[in-house]
Write a protein that binds this ligand. Structure first.
Ligand SMILES: NC(=O)c1ccc[n+]([C@@H]2O[C@H](COP(=O)([O-])OP(=O)(O)OC[C@H]3O[C@@H](n4cnc5c(N)ncnc54)[C@H](OP(=O)(O)O)[C@@H]3O)[C@@H](O)[C@H]2O)c1
Length: 242
């Protein structure tokens, strides 16, 4: 049984709780949240330091700042860290890198299998088309989402840049265009558009339910606790290449 602690008590952390209770192989140690969530049926800890139980895996869905504390706590306590928090600052990312020298760490802005696959396809399309295509990346999310563009849109942008570099490095004038819409309760939609002189290719992913990320977090977490110390990506977890 993977002794699992959940960091955060927002929309995603609650979805992880629901899925964890329906998934075998995990033992819930509790939920860490700054204020006690009234409607969560789990042991509550007001801080990571307040948890003295043995933990194998910390699942972090907080906001920037929270992830940095999670990285430091996991490194100090020998706990694997699976984080899905987006909008991280360079300092937060550095904390994840430091933690990865001591424990297994997987940070991903999107934990759905579909987006991991789409990222690999986007990289391949960019490598094939090269700078002949104008690329734009659009994301649509619910009105509560803070970071813009989304972490997933930025990661898709990195895949485009990596793909282009395999073909011919883009010159400095090459710019990716991002656009974001925040409306209603949209779970998450991403479109990467490759515009050629007389044709257009679009790769699009639509998450229909937050459960897809929570299920992904648990599957990735179960994989992560078996890995040696290091920094992992969803591509490595799913065997989709670099
Ligand atoms: N990787 C993926 O697949 C994926 C999918 C969906 C969303 N996300 C990302 O996951 C994150 C959480 O999303 P959400 O919709 O669950 O957000 P949310 O509903 O706003 O919940 C955020 C939670 O983080 C806590 N928190 C904020 N700052 C903190 C800090 N400094 N220390 C400790 N806890 C802190 C909040 O507690 P308080 O109430 O005390 O502030 C709250 O419990 C976002 O970055 C979102 O973009 C990732």
């Amino acid at each position: 049984m993977i002794r699992t602690l959940i960091h955060g008590a927002g929309r995603m952390a609650r979805e992880v709780l629901v899925q964890l209770q329906e998934t075998g192989g995990f033992r819930l140690i509790g939920v860490v949240a700054r204020t006690q969530p009234g409607d969560v049926d789990a042991q509550w800890y007001p801080s990571l330091e307040a948890c003295k139980a043995d933990v194998d895996l910390l699942i972090d869905f907080t906001l920037p700042g929270g992830t940095r504390m999670a990285a430091e706590w996991c490194a100090d306590n020998g706990v694997a860290l699976l984080s899905g928090t987006t909008g991280l600052s360079p300092e937060d990312s550095e904390a994840l890198t430091r933690a990865a020298a001591k424990v297994p760490v997987l940070w991903a802005p999107n934990l759905s299998y579909g987006v991991a696959l789409m990222t690999a396809l986007v990289r391949q399309a960019a490598a094939t088309l090269g700078v002949s295509a104008n690329v734009s990346i659009a994301d649509i999310h619910h009105q509560h989402k803070i970071d813009t563009p989304s972490g997933t849109a930025l990661a898709l942008g990195v895949a485009v840049t990596e793909g282009l570099a395999q073909n011919r490095p883009a010159d400095d004038a090459y710019k990716l265009a991002y656009s974001s819409v925040r409306e209603g309760e949209v779970v998450g939609e991403h479109t990467v558009r490759f515009e050629l002189p007389s044709e257009v290719i679009e790769l699009r992913h639509q998450a229909l339910d937050r459960a897809v990320f929570a299920k992904g977090a648990l599957k990735a977490g179960a994989w992560l606790v078996e890995q040696p110390t290091g920094n992992y990506s969803t591509s490595e977890w799913l065997g989709l290449g670099p």
